[in-house]
Design a protein around this ligand. Structure first.
Ligand code: FMN
Length: 373
């Protein structure tokens, strides 16, 4: 049997196969982050499609970390009842589900566009321009956010999820602290790598204080910035931070990127040949050389032979896909049958489709085009 369909145990988390649905924002919540029945249905469908582990779209832990007006929230206990419906629906299909929790930092566009407080690690040339400058976080603010991550994780456990994943990638707050491009603080939260990592360490500890000892804590880790001039958070630093993450008791690292620029974005576009797949594989090899906890890789995996090689070589233990599951939620079921060894997604990034009012909708634009032709 292909390794892809072998089970995996991560502590008490028993996963049926090596496929992960990477966290995917679906624009299905209300402006306070309350999820809709549509979100529950979506998770039910994904679980019915035999994905080993589903990770929810990111949920903000505190209001000024809200990136979109319709993203999930986990900033108050009132959210728990709706999430219990979601976990119940997934477990009824024998699926496993982990919630991703996040703070958007200075790329919290919703907050930036006039919806309340807007914060950043520090003001730098890289601070995005939404026509409004963010406020630099004070020491008290940082402590509040650390506590908010802990409280959010407690709610995640009370909601019945199988684990919690910290969003530590893509330039959001954890990543913003790690990268010297965005973190130019002069205090204990900036400067040396140890100082830039302090926020992440405190977030992990806060989460651990608030959940059961055996509750799986995962991270999506931007282990490297891909900036054109080579500046930013380097893979050598990423390896050291991965070792710290392992020491702090995290169960699984999902390898992704930190800040990126256009040249890197192109790597994720139109992956039409096997050599364009798994565009962060070199970073995964580097992290594999540094830690021994289970690893997962995201980014452009599109065909079974490529994925099997990555697993057979022992670089990572699981593979994570996002866009292919937007197009085809029952993809794993189909691959299991062995009819075809590729996904149909053409990686065009057309899945986030803003309408005339600027509201986002997430669906496969290519598939939609085909249906309406
Ligand atoms: C519509 C959409 C929503 C996404 N939402 C999230 C998210 O909530 N959290 C996250 O960590 N990454 C998010 N991502 C990034 C994906 O999880 C993934 O890292 C990226 O798309 C690369 O994987 P892929 O090539 O399999 O699509 C999103 C991507 C897309 C296209």
């Amino acid at each position: 049997m292909s390794k892809l369909f072998e089970p995996l145990e991560i502590g008490k988390l028993k996963i049926a196969n090596r496929f992960v649905r990477s966290a995917t924002y679906y624009a299905l919540s209300d402006q306070d982050g309350f999820i809709s029945d549509g979100s529950v249905e979506l998770m039910k469908t994904l679980a019915g499609g035999d994905i080993g582990l589903i990770i929810t779209g990111y949920a903000f832990v505190i209001k000024h970390g809200q990136v979109f007006p319709d993203m999930n929230g986990i900033d108050q206990d009132d959210h728990i009842a709706a999430y219990q419906k979601m976990t119940g629906a997934v477990h009824a299909q024998n699926g496993k589900i982990v919630m991703q929790i996040a703070h958007g930092g200075s790329i919290s566009t919703h907050a930036a566009q006039g919806n309340g407080d807007y914060v950043a690690v520090s003001l730098t040339d890289a601070t995005p321009d939404y026509g409004r400058k963010p406020r630099v976080l004070t020491d008290d603010d940082i402590q509040t956010i650390i506590e908010a991550f802990g409280q959010a994780a407690r709610r995640v456990q009370e909601s019945g999820f199988d684990g919690v994943q910290i969003h530590g990638a893509h330039g959001y707050l954890v990543s913003e602290f790690l990268s010297p491009t965005t973190n130019q603080r002069q205090d204990k939260w900036g400067g040396s790598l140890e100082n830039r990592t302090r926020f992440l360490v405190e977030v992990i500890r806060s989460i651990k204080r608030n959940v059961a000892d055996d509750f799986p804590v995962l991270i999506k880790f931007g282990c490297q910035d891909y900036l054109e001039d080579g500046s930013g958070f380097t893979i050598e630093e990423g390896k050291q931070v991965a070792q710290t993450i392992e020491k702090e008791g995290v169960s699984l690292i999902e390898i992704s990127h930190g800040r990126i620029e256009k040249t890197f974005r192109k790597r994720g576009l139109k992956i039409t040949a096997p050599e364009n797949e798994a565009y962060m594989l070199e970073a995964a090899k580097a992290i594999r050389s540094a830690v021994s906890i289970p690893l997962c890789l995201v980014g452009g995996m599109r065909s079974i032979p490529v994925i099997e090689n990555i697993l057979n070589e022992g670089i990572v233990d699981m593979v994570s896909l996002c866009r292919p599951f937007i197009r085809e939620p029952e993809l794993v079921k189909r691959l299991k049958k062995g009819e075809k060894a590729e996904v149909d997604c053409i990686s065009c990034w057309g899945c986030i489709n803003p309408d005339k009012e600027g509201k986002n909708h997430v669906f496969c634009r290519q598939l939609h085009k085909k249906k309406t032709e």
